[in-house]
Design a protein around this ligand. Structure first.
Ligand SMILES: Cc1cc2nc3c(=O)[nH]c(=O)nc-3n(C[C@H](O)[C@H](O)[C@H](O)COP(=O)(O)O)c2cc1C
Ligand code: SF4
Length: 519
């Protein structure tokens, strides 16, 4: 068998030059008369090493990164195909501490397999979850998901099992599964990585969801900025359909399920589940008042499971290994693992899947290596643009829904964006308001008007214009937005604003507080 060389084919690796590296390797091998199989895998999520070229050896997969096309000649001369030593060698990939310290359940196959090889997917545990669901039937499948303690990975952390029970119990002639792959949060890329590195995992998760609640049709709503994800998913769906894993009598069972991709048009608010449903129906994405819940009246008025992509992609491993297995990871009411996305000014950025409970500081310093700039960390923003800024003295906070909520902070979709000591927190607060005014769907006044007034007020504060009075106006406005907004876009924008003000008052020209008093 010819040697296998892996060059990732996802958007991150390609942006870092992976296509050119793959071509250079191909040409270099041909010139040397070496026969090798270049596999375009997905990224492992160790982004600072991309393009990470791997070679299969008897000891395991040896990695080299980040590889530029101009490095290829010296790599081949050194003996890349045998996993030989080279200044770019990172040794056995599985032994890289960033990867070794992880508990990869949802991302178990990412970067390992060829994303579009159904055989490899199955050889690495794929479709065992669906087989189990078919064996135990719909209601036991829902109960496995309930027992796992899985909570929605899109932001709100609502128990997935309860949502599925509600949809399964809603009387209807048609139910739907909708995958929220809008992934609008800053510093997040977990959904994209699954679609580009392990698309069958999502297809299997949605098929299990369909079987569980009696839905025969699913849609993946993918953000417009992910054209490659769309392509990979469409190919994977076609392969699954040909293999009898989508369509009538899925995998030879009595259940039917099929799914289609849909692309958004670039609005953050279309990640909000009801605006997403409007958009899927071909309307402008405007937030719907609840009730009715999408579980009762969702897509085209029918009971709908709408879940984040990671929630759905976690279902196969839950079914394969059992709800109790998954529930054994984590802390408190945060069960299982979370693919934490380390981004911003960080030395080792990427996906770090681990059980809930790891302290924030360990993620930033021990795993992430501190800032890329080498300067001291000043703050992180967790949970996307609506999440709070956490200062260094809160870095002992465990990564857990409730522990974060106790600090007025959000886990959201698991993004952590790191800032060094050059950040101006008053400008970050202004950015939060500006983002809200730009992305507001316009349905309710506190968000539509309040965010614009917020930007104006912050401009006055930054300019030193009647600072104390305007700080009072800002605090009051934030309170109104929190209490009076219809959805979390307007309702949570005050959190980054107020956390910046509370923890970094000196950036607003106010008297700094002692760290202990700022809690
Ligand atoms: C403004 C706004 C944007 C959101 N964007 C996303 C998103 O990009 N992806 C996502 O999964 N959930 C997003 N959500 C949360 C969804 O409304 C919803 O809670 C989620 O899709 C439910 O799936 P889950 O239970 O699996 O998390 C957003 C919510 C709001 C208010
Ligand atoms: S809070 Fe903003 S985004 Fe949400 S419904 Fe109101 S106007 Fe629309």
């Amino acid at each position: 068998m010819s040697v296998r060389i892996f060059v990732p084919n996802d958007a991150t690796a390609i942006a870092c030059g992976a296509d050119k590296v793959a071509r250079a390797i191909e040409a270099g091998l041909a010139a040397r008369g070496i026969v090798a199989n270049i596999v375009r895998n997905g990224s492992r999520g160790l982004f600072w090493l991309e393009p990470l070229v791997e070679v299969e050896t008897p000891k395991g997969r040896v990695g080299y990164g980040p590889v530029k096309p101009s490095d290829v000649e010296s790599l081949l001369t050194a003996g890349l195909v045998h996993g030989a030593d080279h200044p770019l060698s990172v040794g056995l990939v599985e032994e890289i501490p960033f990867l070794k310290k992880q508990t990869r359940l949802t991302f178990a196959r990412c970067g390992i397999i060829d994303p579009l090889s159904l055989e490899e997917y199955k050889a690495h545990g794929g479709y065992k979850g669906l087989a189990k669901a078919i064996e135990i039937g719909p209601s036991a499948t829902v109960e496995q998901v309930f027992e796992s303690g899985l909570r929605g990975r899109g932001g709100a952390g609502f128990p997935t099992g309860i949502k599925w029970r509600t949809v399964a119990a809603a009387p209807a002639d048609q139910r739907y599964i909708v995958c929220n792959a809008d992934e609008g949060d800053s510093g997040t890329f977990a959904d994209r990585l699954i679609m580009e590195a392990d698309p069958f995992c999502l297809i299997e998760g949605m098929t299990i969801a369909g079987l569980a609640v009696g839905a025969t049709k699913g849609f993946v709503y993918c953000r417009s900025e992910y054209p490659l994800s769309l392509q990979v998913m469409e190919k994977a769906i076609a392969i699954a359909r040909t293999a009898g894993l989508l369509g009538k009598n899925v995998a030879g069972s009595q259940y039917d399920f099929d799914l289609e991709m849909r692309m958004g048009a670039g609005a953050y608010v279309c990640g909000e589940e009801t605006a997403l449903l409007d958009s899927l129906e071909g309307k402008r994405g405007v937030v719907r008042a609840k009730p009715p819940l999408p579980a009762h009246k969702g897509l085209f008025g029918k009971p709908t499971v709408i879940n984040n992509l990671i929630s759905l992609a976690t279902v196969p491993v839950i079914l394969e290994k059992g709800g109790a297995f998954y529930r054994d990871f984590g802390m408190g009411r945060s069960r299982g693992t979370m693919p934490i996305q380390l981004a911003g000014n960080i030395k080792f950025g990427g996906i770090f899947e681990t059980a809930f409970g790891i302290p924030l500081g360990e993620l930033v310093y021990d795993i992430g290596g501190g800032t890329a700039s080498g300067r001291p960390v000043r703050a992180v923003q967790a949970g996307g643009p609506l999440g709070a800024y956490l200062p260094v003295h809160q870095f002992d906070t465990p990564f857990d829904y409730e522990a974060f909520a106790a600090k007025d902070a959000l886990i959201g979709h698991g993004g952590i964006v790191v800032f060094d000591d050059t950040v101006d927190m008053a400008h970050m607060a202004r950015f939060a308001m500006e983002f809200c005014s730009h992305e507001s769907c316009g349905k309710c006044t506190p968000c539509r008007i309040g965010s614009t007034r917020g930007v104006e007020t912050l401009d006055k504060i930054i300019a030193g214009n009647r600072r104390e009075a305007n700080l009072a106006v800002l605090t009051d406005l934030c309170q109104t937005m929190k209490l009076g907004s219809l959805c979390a876009l307007g309702g949570f924008t005050p959190y980054p604003v107020l956390s910046a003000l509370t923890h970094f008052p000196e950036d607003f020209g106010a008297t700094p507080k002692l760290p202990a008093a700022a809690e």
